[in-house]
Design a protein around this ligand. Sequence first.
Ligand SMILES: C[S@@+](CC[C@H](N)C(=O)[O-])C[C@H]1O[C@@H](n2cnc3c(N)ncnc32)[C@H](O)[C@@H]1O
Length: 290
Amino acid sequence: MDRQGELNIIRAAYAKQILAAAWGVDNSRLEAAFSATRREDFLGAGPWWIFRRLRDYVTTPDADPVYLYTDDLVGILPERHLNNGQPSLHAHLIHQAAPAAGEHVVHIGTGTGYYTAILAHLVGPSGRVTGIEYDSELAARAKANFAACPNVEILEGDGALVSFDEADVIYVNAGCTRPAESWLDRLADGGRLILPMTSDQGFGANAPERMARAGAVFRIARRGKDYLAHWISPVAIFPCAGSRDEVSERALAEAFAKGGWQQVTRLYRDQEIPEQRCWVRGPGWSLAYS
Ligand SMILES: C[S@@+](CC[C@H](N)C(=O)[O-])C[C@H]1O[C@@H](n2cnc3c(N)ncnc32)[C@H](O)[C@@H]1O
């Protein structure tokens, strides 16, 4: 068997392990997407920087892609602690987003595109993915990686400000203190927004900007004018440029300190919710218990 054949087998085993590690996700389409997508195609030439929590980054012994098929974060710009995210976390979050064939997915914080490619696999040739990346170097790398893919478009800019068509899924991969108005406006009826919310308290407190913030991921499902919200995962993730404001930052830190995010059921586009029903409120938005 040639090396590509061996790597195909390794990737199939990795896909199974990743889904098993992702809270036991049972999703054969997602497993097939992880099995078919070559992580090495998105991370530049090896050796690569694998993030080890207690030792910072460790370089792989050589450029054999086998080292990428573990449940580890891999540095994309390690000097800024900007990583290709943990596969099992993304498997869980993408499972919750449930992109279906033919749908339009908007991926905010595309990086170099590994998870954009998984999303493109899931929506298939009849669907499409719009990837938005703030960092110009990473946006250029992502554009090059998808140059031959007609159903993926990469845009450079702030995902809260760049205009995009109505989306069935908005998959945000950076930590926000509030939902952007444009995400709520452009989420289709029946659409799903995956929103990591992080404060700069927690383990990232007083740390330099490069440090990830600890937080919670919410799945927001649009039903007409209503937004149903529920907590789906803890998270530590790179901050979202432009989707953080000081008032929301303080409110979120207080809400995390008091607990109760697992009981959230609704997102409202105002802050007039009675105190006893409110988990957190910021300017023009709140997350509430009913
Ligand atoms: C944790 S990294 C994840 C990258 C990619 N999803 C991956 O796992 O390989 C977060 C990414 O979000 C990008 N980002 C931060 N704020 C953004 C914004 N407002 N709009 C678009 N991208 C943003 C960062 O530049 C970075 O590439």
